[in-house]
Design a protein around this ligand. Structure first.
Ligand code: DX5
Ligand code: ZN
Length: 220
């Protein structure tokens, strides 16, 4: 069985108090901290980059699960590695040509490579990356169009998760977008084990209860 990884999306946190927000999530049981890096080009929103990861790294030992919603992921590998990112997940939509080199570089920069796919991208596109000589170690199935927190979960993406889980029983499969108490059971039943949750965690009166509930659903 693959172990559950609950990853609050720090996009929904108070960026002015990022170190304290990170500690709060870890203390409440988060396994990973999901960091959404957007370049205002691959997606119509602009967030943070390596300098913020570097600053945060000085305050936490937590696994920083970095999701790069950028057009040129290769340009950020070295700086993200130096900044202390733990995972580096790029989008297949912008890495059709050079994913092998990209994965190699991510590994040699000391990070765990992952590949993400947008709702409109067929799941078959990631098979070569999971089966390659230098494989990715996680597939992130987007369950909303990337760019913003607080959107509605797309249940029809669960077919992709199910297909991946059947093919790859031990692969880390992450879902991102609209996950919370009302959608977790569908994602867990399909076979997702890494759960990103932004607004449902940070918007809850008791975020720790939501983190616990998400974990228990994956463990069921
Ligand atoms: C969306 C980001 C998500 C987002 C999730 O592009 O990749 O990580 O923060 O937020 P919620 O959980 O609010 O949908
Ligand atoms: Zn994300």
């Amino acid at each position: 069985m693959v172990s559950p990884k609950i990853a609050p999306s720090m996009l929904s946190s108070d960026f002015a108090n990022l170190a304290a927000e990170a500690k709060r999530m870890v203390d409440l049981g988060a396994n990973w901290l999901h960091m959404d890096i957007m370049d205002g080009h691959f997606v119509p929103n602009l967030t943070i980059g390596a300098p913020v990861i570097e600053s945060l790294r000085k305050h936490t030992n937590a696994y920083l699960d970095c999701h790069l919603m950028v057009t040129n992921p290769m340009d950020y590998v070295e700086q993200m590695g130096k900044a202390g990112a733990s995972g580096f997940t790029f989008h297949i939509e912008v890495a059709q040509e050079n994913w092998q080199e990209l994965v190699r570089k991510i590994k040699s920069a000391g990070m765990r490579p992952g590949v993400a796919l947008n709702p409109g991208t067929p799941v078959e596109q990631v098979y070569p990356l999971v089966e390659g000589a230098t494989p990715v170690e996680m597939v992130l199935v987007m369950t909303v169009e990337p760019g913003f927190g607080g959107q509605m979960f797309m249940p029809n993406m669960m077919d992709k998760v199910q297909t991946l889980r059947q093919k790859y029983p031990t692969l880390d499969i992450e879902v991102d977008g609209g996950l919370g108490p009302s959608t977790i059971d569908a994602a867990a039943a399909a076979g997702a084990n890494c759960i990103v949750a932004g607004s449902s965690v940070f918007g809850a009166p008791q975020p720790g209860d939501v983190i616990t509930l998400l974990r228990e659903s994956v463990e069921k």
